[in-house]
Write a protein that binds this ligand. Structure first.
Ligand code: AQP
Length: 341
């Protein structure tokens, strides 16, 4: 049988579960803008249904969703070129997720490290949604027949599960219907680490605000957080090999490389041998230079939430035009009876 050819299409999402961080920007948003600007059809989603797998206060969720939309646009996503919307406006995501709940196996879900991390010791009290999260994520991607998914390193396991679900669906029904999606995890900042602990991922939900840079932080706050970032007492090594086993130093160098669009080797040519008291101000200046226009633009966009809502509604309509026929075809393959809409 000849392999079906899927048109290249990018999909990725971010949860509106709090302030956007530098990790979200470098691991996701900045790379989303690159894929859009390379001319690939790109679909970006604020995954609000994923966010409620842990408790979200409704008013805060609404604000976070709009602020995230502003973050996407301020980071270079053009809602005319790309499709930008929030997940709950496109019911095909959850409809396909149900089918995938019936394809995925309990054992696969139990192996997901993010569930174990987020549920902690109290897994019995975690929501069923948190457990089933990866099946909804597979549906988010496959309801558009997306071929490429730019994400940070932390999402690698979920993307492998997305591939397993597509393969099992195709095998079970004897079709070549869903593409086997490629994760795109590349660049110096696929895993930005906490500023307080170089072995922990920078995360919006970390209780310590000093652990992360938020896209809404002002210049003084960014500079202060970098100044206070944990480091070891040694100066930077002379080349990148010397960064091994120095997680905090490596993290700051990776951030510098990603913000300045350089390789780690290039950064080390300029910064190798410098003390942190020299390197941190260089990094703070660069971070302020790159991030403050984004935060200013987010503030401006948030002045007009009606316009943000209009953009999201229009994006949802364009998304549904792709998702509806794919869901209908899935139902038909699975043997559901019903008129096509
Ligand atoms: N520290 C990070 N470094 C690189 N990429 C990161 N991403 C998140 N943190 C980093 C990438 O951002 C995208 C959206 O992530 P998400 O909001 O859907 O969920 P998450 O990965 O769970 O992010 P957080 O910040 O840790 O959120 P909370 O605290 O709510 O769980 C993904 O592509 C992710 O890889």
């Amino acid at each position: 049988m000849t392999e079906p050819v899927f048109t290249p299409r990018v999909f990725s999402g971010i949860q509106p579960s709090g302030n956007l961080t530098l990790g979200n920007y470098l691991g996701a948003l900045k790379r989303f803008a690159n894929s859009q600007n390379a001319g690939v059809e790109s679909i970006f989603c604020m995954v609000d249904l994923h966010a409620i797998t842990v408790w979200q206060e409704p008013g805060k969720l609404r604000r976070a969703t709009r602020e995230l939309a502003a973050g996407f646009i301020a980071s270079g996503i053009d809602p005319q070129k790309s499709i930008l919307f929030n997940q709950s406006q496109v019911p095909e995501h959850t409809q396909l997720a149900w089918v995938f709940n019936c394809v995925a196996r309990m054992g696969w879900m139990k192996r997901m490290t993010q569930f174990k991390d987020k549920a902690g010791k109290n897994a019995e009290q975690a929501s069923l949604g948190l457990f089933g999260y990866p099946a909804l994520m597979a549906a988010d991607i496959l309801v558009y027949h997306a071929t490429h998914v730019p994400v940070g390193e932390d999402q690698k396991q979920h993307l492998e599960l997305t591939r397993d679900i597509a393969i099992k669906f195709n095998n079970d029904y004897g079709v070549d219907f869903f593409p086997i999606t490629e994760p795109v995890i590349e660049g110096a900042a696929t895993r930005v680490m906490s500023l307080r602990d170089g072995t922990k991922k920078m995360s919006k939900s970390d209780p310590s605000d000093m652990s992360r840079i938020n896209l809404t932080d002002d210049s003084d706050t960014i500079a202060k957080k970098i100044r206070k970032a944990k480091t070891d007492p040694e100066p930077l090594p002379l080349d990148a090999t010397g960064l091994e086993n120095r997680p905090e130093a490596r993290n700051l160098v990776n951030i510098y490389a990603a913000l300045s669009d350089q390789s780690v080797d290039q950064v080390m040519r300029d910064a190798g041998g410098k003390s942190f008291s020299e390197f941190k101000p260089m990094l703070a200046d660069l971070a302020v230079d790159k991030l403050s226009p984004i935060s200013t633009e987010m503030g401006r966009l948030m002045q007009d939430v009606c316009e943000i809502d209009r953009i999201l509604a229009e994006g949802a309509e364009r998304a549904r035009a792709i998702a509806t026929p794919i869901l209908q075809k899935t139902y038909e393959i699975a043997g559901m009876v019903g008129a096509r809409v």
